[in-house]
Design a protein around this ligand. Structure first.
Ligand code: PMV
Length: 312
C-alpha cells in the first residue's frame, strides 16, 4: 500500500491568459487531495472516491476522470490489468471547479504509484505525469494547476508555447495572507470555456490583442506589488483582472454577485478564479476579522465560503 498527495491551488492572476503564454500567478492552498493505492485480486483497477465535493462534481467529471487515470497509467507504463489496484482518493480539499481539484488528484496518484512500483521519479517527472493526467480533464491544460499541485507555494508561471519546459519561479510573500473563496456551486467545463475564448479571440483579434496587452502590464505590476507586500495595490489589480475576464466572456451572474458581495464587505480585491462561468471567486481579505466578515456576507447570500491563506 502506498500514498501520495497533491495541493489544491487558486489562481491569483491570469486564468485563460496563461493558455496563450502570458504569465500567471498561482498559490497552493493549505488543503490537499490524497491518493492511496493497494494491490487487489481483480481484473482491473477499482476506484473509490471519498473526496468531499460540490454537489454533482464527481458525477459530472467521472468520464474525464477515467480518461485521466488511463493517461497516468500510460505515462507511468503501468498496466492495471496485469497489476490490479484499488485507488482511493481522499483528503480535505473539496472537489470543485476552480481549486485545481483534478490536478491535485493527478499529482497525488502519480506520487502513490511512484512509491508503490518503486519507480524513483523526482518531482519534475511527477509534474509531467500529472500534466498527462490533466489532459484527460481538458485537452490543452496550461500546466499551472499541476505545477502548483506538485510544488506548492506561490508561483509565477509561464507556459512555453513552443512545447519546451515551462517557466516556474517561486515568489516569496513576506507572510501568508488570508483569502476567501466563494463557491457558486456550478461546475463548468474547462474544455468548453477555453474553447469559447479561443473562438471569440479568432473572431475579434484586435479586441483580444488590446486585452492581452493590458493584462501583460497588470500581471507584472501584480508581481511587484506582491513582492513589496502592497496588498491594497494587489487587490486593485485583482479587480482589474476581473474586468478583463468579464470582457473575454468568462464571468456569470453568480460570480458577479460573489465579487460584489466581497468588495462591499471590505475585501481589498475580488475576482473569479479558475475556469469561470461558475466555479469560484477569490477575495483578498488580510487579517482574520476581514476574512470572517467577507465569508459571512457570502454565506448570507446562500453560497458556501472557504477561508484559507495564500503564500503558506
Ligand atoms: O478551473 P481551473 O482551476 O482548473 O483553472 C483553469 C485555468 C485555465 O486557465 C482556464 C485553463 C488552464 O489550463 O490554465
Amino acid at each position: 500500500m502506498s500514498e501520495g498527495h497533491g495541493y489544491g491551488k487558486t489562481i491569483l492572476f491570469g486564468e485563460h491568459f496563461v493558455v496563450y503564454g502570458r504569465p500567471a500567478i498561482a498559490s497552493a492552498l493549505g488543503s490537499k487531495t490524497t491518493a492511496r493505492v493497494e494491490r487487489i485480486r481483480a481484473k482491473d483497477y477499482e476506484l473509490v472516491d471519498n473526496r468531499p465535493e460540490t454537489p454533482n462534481y464527481k458525477k459530472e467529471k467521472f468520464e474525464e476522470q477515467k480518461k485521466s487515470l488511463e493517461n497516468i497509467f500510460k505515462a507511468m507504463n503501468i498496466d492495471p490489468k496485469k497489476n490490479p489496484l484499488r485507488i482511493t482518493f481522499g483528503g480535505d480539499l473539496k472537489a470543485a471547479s476552480g481549486v485545481g481539484a483534478s490536478a491535485a488528484s493527478c499529482a497525488a496518484l502519480a506520487r502513490a504509484l511512484n512509491q508503490e512500483f518503486e519507480l524513483g521519479l523526482n518531482d519534475e517527472k511527477i509534474n509531467e505525469i500529472a500534466y498527462e493526467g490533466e489532459k484527460g480533464y481538458h485537452g490543452t491544460p496550461s500546466g499551472i494547476d499541476n505545477t502548483a499541485a506538485v510544488f506548492g507555494g506561490l508561483i509565477w508561471f509561464v507556459k512555453n508555447s513552443e512545447g519546451g519546459p515551462n517557466t516556474m519561479d517561486r515568489l516569496n510573500l513576506k507572510k501568508p495572507v488570508e483569502i476567501v473563496l466563494g463557491n457558486t456551486g456550478i461546475t463548468s467545463s474547462t474544455t468548453e470555456v477555453v474553447g469559447d475564448v479561443k473562438k471569440a479571440k479568432e473572431e475579434n483579434p484586435e479586441k483580444f490583442e488590446r486585452i492581452f496587452d493590458e493584462y501583460n502590464k497588470l500581471v507584472n505590476a501584480a508581481k511587484s506589488s506582491l513582492l513589496k507586500f502592497d496588498l491594497k495595490k494587489t487587490g486593485e489589480l485583482m479587480d482589474k483582472n476581473h474586468e478583463l475576464l468579464q470582457e473575454i466572456g468568462v464571468s456569470c451572474d453568480e460570480l458577479e454577485l460573489l465579487v460584489n458581495t466581497a468588495r462591499e464587505s471590505g475585501a481589498f480585491g475580488a475576482k473569479l478564479t479558475g475556469t469561470g462561468r461558475g466555479g469560484l471567486m477569490i477575495a483578498l481579505t488580510p487579517g482574520g476579522e476581514l476574512q470572517n466578515r467577507v465569508a459571512e456576507a457570502i454565506e448570507g447570500e446562500s453560497f458556501s465560503a472557504l477561508k484559507t491563506r495564500i503564500g503558506v
